[in-house]
Design a protein around this ligand. Structure first.
Ligand code: F6R
Length: 250
């Protein structure tokens, strides 16, 4: 893993955006995360698009996950979040039809998960990831298989509590089921860019970067990927034993 530590989330997000702009091939496939962490990065991608330096025209974008049975017009439905970030508001050149999200409204979510898995194969070119405070990537919660493919998952109370801020601070309003890319699906990406900011992510970052590979900290599977860059601010890096060493490398 390459660990990039910057004073602020803004600086780290700007660098992550540059990496994506450089790495994504023409007509490439970009894996996209939701949540609050990548919002600044998406802002930089929109800015670069407005400046004529970058476009997702001809590319496709693939969401990590979607809530099951969330109303179609709900602002926190991940398809709506990503349309808002990547297609509307000046956009990034991405066409709405080229944004792929698991079908959380499907009558048979298990089948929808299998369908999504076959559509995303053989994996994206560049995958953007956030990190849960409990170490999840996508919605792969602790104790799930390290070899999982896209599946229906149950959110932990920790994740529902973390995400309650998007649902009027009402944990009961946070859906408990999701369709998520599995860990093996995420690992099939050619290149991975993970971002984590704030003290609330410090333990998870220390565990996935410097701990052992274990189901308890699902993001630790990334230690087996050959092309992962982790962008953190000082707060998220605060529990890394080797932070000073990583800083000498970049
Ligand atoms: C979102 C996702 C999650 C989030 C994680 C962090 O598509 O898959 O893994 O990246 O829960 O969320 P934030 O960024 O809101 O702290």
């Amino acid at each position: 893993m390459r660990i990039i530590i910057r004073d602020t989330a803004q600086e780290a997000s700007r660098l992550a955006a540059s990496q994506i702009i450089t790495s994504l091939p023409t007509n490439g496939r970009l894996g996209v995360a939701t949540g609050s962490t990548p919002l600044a990065l998406y802002g930089f991608l929109r800015e670069a698009h407005a400046a004529g330096e970058f476009t997702l025209e001809g590319c496709s974008a693939w969401a990590l996950d979607e809530y099951v049975q969330i109303p179609e017009d709900h602002p926190e439905r991940y398809r709506n979040v990503l349309l808002n970030e990547l297609v509307e508001n000046g956009g990034t050149g991405l066409a709405a039809d080229d944004l792929h999200t698991p079908d959380g409204a499907a009558e048979d979510p298990e089948q929808a998960a299998r369908d999504y898995e076959s559509q995303i194969a053989p994996g994206v070119d560049v995958q953007i990831l956030g990190l849960g405070s409990n170490g999840h990537i996508g919605f792969n919660e602790p104790a799930g298989s390290l070899s999982s493919r896209t599946h229906v998952g149950h959110l932990t109370p920790t994740t529902r509590s973390d995400n309650a801020r998007f649902f009027g601070n009402d944990i009961d309003a946070v859906p408990s089921l999701c369709i998520t890319q599995g860990l093996a699906t995420i690992m099939s990406a050619r290149e991975i860019v993970l971002l984590a900011f704030g003290e609330g992510k410090a333990e998870a970052i220390a565990q996935i970067v410097e701990g052992g590979v274990a189901q308890r900290w699902p993001g630790s599977i990334l230690q087996h990927h050959e092309n992962v860059t982790v962008y953190v601010d000082e707060a998220a890096a605060s529990r890394l034993d080797l932070a000073d060493y990583y800083k000498t490398l970049n």
